[in-house]
Ligand binder design. Structure first.
Ligand code: PLP
Length: 397
């Protein structure tokens, strides 16, 4: 009998009961807007910001409407002006170039290495050739570049680093939480990320001016003093009448859902990684398959899994994807000519000038990607690796 996987790659765990209770309490009192509080009340959104700041050791935190909103707001708050170049990873997700474009910047892509992180040699070349002052570093699929080496390069060149931590909430490099090496860290609480409120995001920084800018931009009216993880009042004095309100606040309902999930993140991370290591052990048995090396200094939260089939051509890649799909295993291939679902690629973002990225293209041509929802059991991980093994080994090279 042919082994088939009957589960789902897109099914999250339910929202924890404590979060449901908290959400119901907010709905019962009806004050969903973060600035609508009764005397003595501290809004759920404010508490969430305080708890998130504590969890990653940041001075300031602002909760916003989405991860993409966090990214574009961070760029604007760092002083991006219309037409400024923003360097970013050539392998990332569409909201990243979208947020650069939306903030008025010009995305220039930097090659990735075969370990799926930013290529620091190409970064140096592109800092020199473009004179860029901003790097939006995308920790795509949770892979952390050598952060010490990166910050040395960007500090020397006077480049501000904005970290896209959509896939690294809860991760760290050598003990430094992801999002805390750059000037600003941005996170997403969209359903497929590490905590789930449907949509949502965070901006963290230690820089009071940047936090004040971001807070005004997010639409705080003149109520910024109610933030507990916000910039001090004096940081607003010179800007509160000069900064546009580009509404993108988080509301108390989503904040209520997120607070219990944030508390559980460290233990959830362990559960993700247990599944990751089970899949890794299974896939390491496959000839002609290359796993992605994970450096010792990297602590990751594996909500997804990537691997390469270095000797496969496009026809063979398609056969593997189709063979696995027929048996219930959904793999995503970033090498297809037109994007499917979430798999768009630098050349699918045609609002950006076409760029030559041969190394990234060669890597994406043989890269497969799989989600790891926490609803997968350990047995599921075994079944999935067996199916991938059979489908990969079926192909005659
Ligand atoms: C999901 C994601 C974001 C932000 O997404 P939102 O849907 O706007 O919250 C940013 N970068 C990457 C790499 C992502 O996957």
């Amino acid at each position: 009998m042919v082994l088939k996987f009957m589960g789902s790659f897109t099914q999250q765990e339910p929202i924890p009961e404590a979060a449901i209770e908290a959400a119901i309490a907010v709905m019962r009192h009806g004050r969903l807007h973060r600035y609508n509080v009764v005397p003595g009340e501290i809004a759920e959104t404010v508490l969430l910001e305080q708890e998130f700041a504590q969890s990653c050791g940041a001075k300031y935190c602002l909760a916003v409407a989405s991860g993409g909103y966090a990214l574009s707001t961070a760029l604007r708050s760092c002083g991006l002006e219309h037409g400024d170049v923003v360097l970013t990873n050539a392998f990332t997700l569409a909201p990243v170039p979208g947020s650069i474009q939306g903030a008025g910047g010009k995305p220039i892509f930097v090659e990735i290495t075969k370990d799926l992180v930013l290529d620091l040699d190409d970064l140096q070349l592109k800092i020199q050739s473009t004179k860029a002052k901003f790097l939006m570093l995308s920790h795509m699929r949770g892979h952390l570049v050598d952060m010490d080496a990166l910050i040395k390069i960007t500090d020397e060149a006077g480049v501000q680093v904005i970290e896209d931590c959509a896939h690294t909430m809860g991760a760290n490099w050598n003990g430094v939480p992801s999002g805390r090496s750059g000037v600003v860290g941005c996170y997403s609480t969209q359903t497929f990320k590490h905590i789930n409120s449907g949509e949502g995001g965070f901006i963290v920084t230690d820089n009071a001016e940047i936090m004040a800018q971001a807070t005004m931009l997010s639409g705080s009216y003149m109520l910024y003093d109610s933030h507990l993880a916000g910039a001090p009042s004096n940081a607003f004095e010179n800007i509160h009448l000069d900064t546009p309100n580009c509404s993108g606040r988080m509301d108390n309902l989503r904040a209520a859902i997120l607070r219990p999930q944030l508390a559980e993140l460290p233990s959830q991370a362990k559960r993700w990684n247990k599944r990751y290591y089970a899949l890794e052990a299974g896939l390491s048995q496959i000839s002609n398959l290359r796993l992605i090396a994970r450096p010792k200094k990297e602590y990751f939260v594996a909500s997804s899994f990537q691997f390469c089939l270095p000797n496969f051509n496009g026809v063979q890649m398609r056969l593997v994807v189709a063979g696995c799909d027929a048996r219930g295993v959904q793999l995503k291939w970033f090498g297809a000519n037109s994007p499917v679902g979430f798999t768009s690629r630098h050349d699918s973002w045609r609002y950006v000038d076409a760029q030559n990225l041969p190394n990234t293209d060669a890597i994406l041509a043989v890269l497969l990607d799989m989600r790891i929802p926490l609803t997968l059991s350990m047995r599921d991980c075994e079944v999935i690796s067996s199916i991938i093994k059979e489908e990969v080994e079926k192909i005659k090279l």
